[in-house]
Design a binder for this molecule. Structure first.
Ligand code: TYD
Length: 214
């Protein structure tokens, strides 16, 4: 970090049923205990317009969306979230915890939909060449276990959750490949453990990666 006054951008990633929502609350509590102001957001979404784009992206009634359209809508929503919420918050010195960000596009559209990383990176360059997360926690869980947890929620499956197993295996591998490429930004958490153990690992990661910066 060169700009000491800017807040930190912390992103949460992982497959379906990895437990990102609980993790986000834990991270917020840790940051607030350090006296930081925290803004929470999610992608796709985070602003009124981006949430409307999210509704289209997740709607199981929307059939046959082309992978490129899906990728562009993800980045349209991201651009809104960055301009209206994320950048202003960081500039004010607030930390932002974002439930999914561009690594989700790399994993789901790049690897899962097999569009390749080059196209995703091109859009990342257009939409946020100025910014990349300071820390990314990847909650890694085997596909079967994640889907079992999603099934237990009892909610209607969204458009992504209806995909076949092979798609989710590519997503998981896409995330792990990205983490291996950027070990200084990523921290991989074994989210197959029980909740207590996962939370302990998340707190240890925050202490290790962020405590020294605050
Ligand atoms: P999310 O709200 O995290 O759903 P869940 O809590 O069920 O994991 O994300 C919604 C879906 O959008 C999820 O299936 C992953 C997908 N997604 C992408 O495919 N690409 C992206 O860039 C983002 C941000 C999300």
């Amino acid at each position: 970090m060169t700009d000491q006054t800017r807040g930190y951008l912390i992103t949460l990633e992982g497959g379906e049923g990895a437990g990102k929502t609980t993790a986000a609350t834990l991270i917020r509590g840790w940051l607030e205990a350090k006296g930081r102001e925290v803004v929470m957001t999610r992608e796709p979404g985070g602003t009124p317009l981006a949430e409307r784009i999210r509704a289209v992206l997740l709607d199981p009634e929307v059939k046959g969306m082309s992978p490129t359209t899906e990728l562009l809508l993800m980045f349209a929503a991201r651009s809104e979230n960055l301009d209206r919420l994320i950048r202003p918050a960081l500039t004010q010195g607030h930390d932002v915890v974002c439930d999914r960000f561009t690594d989700a596009s790399r994993a789901y559209q790049g690897a899962g939909r097999e569009l390749g990383l080059a196209r995703v990176d091109l859009l990342a360059e257009v939409v946020h060449s100025d910014l990349s997360p300071d820390l990314t926690l990847l909650l890694d869980v085997p596909v079967n276990l994640g889907m079992e947890r999603v099934g237990q929620r009892g909610d209607t499956l969204n458009r992504f959750e209806l995909a076949e197993q092979a798609f989710f295996e590519r997503v998981r591998q896409g995330y792990l490949d990205q983490a291996a490429k950027e070990p200084e930004r990523f921290c991989v958490i074994n989210a197959a453990q029980n909740l207590e153990a996962v939370q302990k690992d998340i707190l240890a990661a925050l202490e290790d990666r962020l405590a020294g910066l605050m």
